[in-house]
Design a protein around this ligand. Structure first.
Ligand code: MGD
Ligand code: MGD
Ligand code: SF4
Ligand code: MO
Length: 745
């Protein structure tokens, strides 16, 4: 081995939105180490501990390299693709024949958003298979933002992001970029940017029930009672109106109803004074008033809200109010404020949805069968899935696809899903590991490892503070010829349509998909296809770039971008910071920005009711850790070193009053269930609030994650009550529900 040279491959890390440039040092077929790429034009040498683990993930002996099929004794056997396809046909055929396609659904998980081909091709499985609806963790994540964006701007992914590289006041609510590295906010080294804001004389304020790693580095931490951000922000808006601080700038001309819409909003917020909300929020009236004035009075300022504002009781109101504050204070669609990014490659996820085009609240077109939960943007709460599988009757789910997901750990009431999955007639998973969820599958198709795949982010550029383009070729060839995941997704759609998986005409479907997407972007697909010798994700990516805002449009703009030109720049291409572009973005029925959609403001009655409700003695919130990534990096030995991440954080005063001390094993109980985990005292968490991380609870029989099983932790979603959601979006309220804590016996 030693005589083989080390070759350094440049890569973009696909694990989170920071899109860091990596140098992967490879000798032979072994990754020796991974270092930051200082010459990457986007990340300039930033990296986190997870980025160095792509080699460990690639070499992980537990990672699946071939399809596996469940045997009668419950074990998995490696099989050929032909055998796996045949098993899918055998299982799926009878389900559809007997119960119809309504008995089939899919759960599509988070890594989808980061993978070259899954992100671009999952639409085929969803759109072509005929399955009526799918489930995803979107409703334990950002659905409130999607609802707001859909109603206000006319597209569920038209989500504005803070221009933090050019701002002087950055107010962060319910996000902890120190751990997450940014969410619906793609920016390398956010903590570095936070330092830079302070260095240029600006301020960073964190509003969070916990003094997080971000809050510790900020200029100020404002502790807030979980779930009360909407009340807090209503008071901020009240102050803006009461003190004559409303000045939307150039955005005013885009407001549906103009000045009148502002006046109406002023009336709506009139009673929400800081004094009225200070007790409920735990934030002094003076501080709320001061923050409103500071936001209005700082030329370059921005308010940013993320998962802590979504995964809570008033997610839609709180997320909407973040945008409202930015609009009213003139920090919308301007440098240093909240802006709309411009991806070089348009994203496949952002196709106009015909039935959702009008900006009218056409939600609730149908309801879930068992609970009667209303559909919102095609989704119902993901906790419905377990009961749709386990409750008999017409419409019962009998077959499930999971793609890049682990809902047993990530969904509220995941333990009930764990119990329901064995009742399925067919479960087919596309995943690289046998995890807590896929252990129930009948067939698992493995994707390629990150280092075996080329990479160019799709969705993530929609949230990027700069436009840019980076392409990474695969570092390794797969050991054997294997179909890409995009091809598996197409074949699975075929199986739903009654064609044997092996026989499905992948090329024809891929061509058709290309042509539809091309047409949506003003390109003649058939003519464009003449430029290529083969189809698949690379062809699609080239189309996305060439017909994108910087593209060459197949020769029309000879100086424009193509995938080939991007490939000439392994360090990436920087296409500049965000620019004002609201007129291009707005896609509502009348092209105007709807400042206060009635669908959202109607929910104020629920907030009113919350104002007179007492606060439970103890509520639970969640947290993330820099060395973890949802449920699936716990099989990497280097990330599992160090202190136990899966602990309950509690304020020392709450511990003392319960006779509990650091390290005690405690039992946490909610209306849904109980878990036991060690106690960690933290004077930086508000009294009356405790915190757990999600994504733990490994060590289950049949899963194949040996390292994770050695330090399994517990599944916090056993505690999360499925019935508790943010009403307008159906998004799970995994933060802010009541729990009790006592010593475990
Ligand atoms: N209580 C609580 N619950 C939460 C959250 C919370 O804050 N609190 N957060 C929620 C959020 S924001 C999210 S996004 C979800 C995440 O929820 P999920 O998406 O369900 O879970 P992950 O842990 O991301 O699981 C990803 C799976 O994809 C697989 N995988 C990785 N890369 C690939 C690939 O390239 N191809 C394929 N086919 N598979 C791949 C991994 O092996 C893993 O099994 O969890 C949600 N759940
Ligand atoms: N290292 C790491 N990085 C990740 C992930 C990971 O699991 N690990 N997951 C990725 C994914 S899928 C996502 S969606 C993003 C999420 O990225 P972020 O949105 O930054 O998520 P968190 O780090 O969980 O921070 C949420 C914060 O909300 C606070 N909070 C909870 N309830 C409330 C409340 O009611 N009000 C307020 N104001 N704050 C509240 C919590 O205390 C916490 O500090 O991270 C991504 N990046
Ligand atoms: S912050 Fe870490 S996980 Fe995220 S892209 Fe960079 S190296 Fe990867
Ligand atoms: Mo997420």
């Amino acid at each position: 081995m030693d005589e083989l040279p080390v070759i350094v491959h440049r890569r973009t890390c696909p694990l989170c939105e920071a899109m860091c440039g990596l140098n992967v040092h490879v000798r032979g077929d072994q990754v020796e180490r991974i270092t930051p790429d200082p010459d990457d034009v986007w990340s300039k040498g930033h990296i986190c501990p997870k980025g160095t683990t792509l080699g460990a993930l690639h070499h992980d002996p537990d990672r699946l390299r071939r399809p596996v099929v469940k045997q009668p004794d419950g074990s998995f056997k490696e099989v050929s693709y032909a055998e796996a396809y045949a098993r899918v046909d055998e299982l799926l055929g009878p389900v559809i024949a007997e119960h119809g396609i309504e008995a089939v659904t899919a759960y599509v998980g988070n890594p989808l958003a980061h993978a070259l081909d899954l992100s671009r091709y999952v639409g085929i499985l969803i759109g072509m298979s005929g399955i009526p609806m799918i489930y995803s963790p979107g409703v334990v994540d950002q659905w409130p933002k999607n609802v707001g964006a859909h109603l206000m701007y006319g597209g569920m992914w038209k989500i504005p992001v803070p221009d933090l590289q050019r701002t002087d006041l950055f107010v962060i609510m319910g996000a902890n970029p120190q751990a997450s590295q940014g969410s619906l906010l793609s920016c390398p080294d956010i903590m570095g940017e936070i330092g830079a804001i302070q260095k240029r004389g600006g301020r960073v304020v964190v509003v969070d029930p916990r003094r997080t790693g971000t809050a510790a580095k900020a200029s100020e931490w404002v502790p807030i009672v979980p779930g009360t951000d909407a009340a807090f922000l209503m008071a901020v808006v009240q102050v803006l109106f009461a003190e004559g601080l409303v000045n939307p700038g150039h955005v005013e001309q885009h407001l549906d109803g103009g000045q009148a819409s502002l006046d109406e909003l002023g009336v709506l917020v009139a009673s929400w004074t800081p004094e009225r909300v200070e007790e409920v929020t735990g934030v002094a009236a003076d501080r709320i008033r001061g923050l409103a004035r500071e936001l209005a009075g700082t030329e370059r300022a921005v308010l940013y809200g993320r998962i802590g504002l979504c995964n809570q009781e008033f997610g839609t109101l709180a997320s909407w109010l973040v945008d409202v504050v930015n609009i009213l204070t003139g920090h919308f669609d301007v440098e240093g404020g909240s802006m709309f990014p411009l991806p070089a490659a348009w994203t496949v996820s952002d196709l106009p949805m015909p039935e959702l085009e009008n900006g009218v609240p056409n939600f609730g077109r149908w309801r879930s069968r068992v609970r009667g939960a209303p559909e919102v943007l095609g989704h119902v709460p993901v906790s419905c899935l377990h009961e749709e599988i386990s409750t008999p009757g017409k419409g019962q789910i009998k077959a499930l696809f999971t793609v890049a997901g682990n809902p047993v750990l990530s969904s509220p009431e995941g333990d009930r899903l764990d119990s329901a999955l064995p009742g399925l007639d067919a479960m087919i998973s596309v995943d690289l590991w046998i995890n807590e969820t896929t252990r129930h599958a009948d067939v698992i198709f493995p994707g390629l490892s990150a280092l075996e795949s080329a990479h160019f982010d799709d969705m993530i550029w929609m949230f990027a503070v700069r436009s840019g383009a980076k392409f990474s070729p695969a570092v390794f060839d797969p050991v054997e010829e294997r179909p890409g995941e995009w091809e598996i997704l197409i074949r699975l759609a075929g199986a739903c349509l009654g064609t044997p998986m092996a026989d499905f005409d992948v090329v024809a479907i891929d061509d058709g998909f290309f042509d539809v997407l091309a047409m949506a972007h003003g390109v003649d697909g058939a003519a464009a296809r003449e430029h290529y010798t083969e189809g698949g994700p690379m062809r699609l990516l080239d189309l996305q770039i060439r017909s994108g805002p910087f593209g060459d449009r197949y020769g029309e703009n000879p100086d424009g971008l193509t995938l080939a030109k991007v490939q000439e720049h392994p360090e990436g291409i920087d296409l500049g910071p965000m620019r004002p572009r609201i007129a291009d973005v707005l896609d509502t029925a009348n092209g105007k920005l709807l400042l206060a959609p009635a669908y959202i403001t109607d929910d104020l009655t629920r907030l009113e009711e919350r104002m007179s409700r007492g606060r439970p003695e103890l509520v639970l919130i969640n947290r993330r850790h820099l060395r973890s990534n949802n449920s699936w990096l716990h099989n990497v030995p280097s990330l599992m070193k160090g202190s136990n991440q899966c602990t309950l954080l509690m304020n020392p005063t709450d511990a003392a009053s319960r006779g509990l001390s650091e390290g005690d094993l405690v039992r946490v109980t909610s209306e849904s269930g109980s878990i036991e985990l060690p106690l960690e005292l933290d004077d930086g968490i508000l009294a009356g609030v405790v915190s757990t991380p999600h994504g733990w609870g490994h060590g289950k029989d049949g899963a194949r994650l040996e390292v994770a099983a050695g330090r399994p932790g517990v599944n916090t979603n056993v505690l999360s009550p499925g019935r508790l959601v943010d009403a307008p979006s159906g998004n799970a309220m995994v933060n802010g529900f009541e729990v009790s804590v006592r010593a475990a016996t």
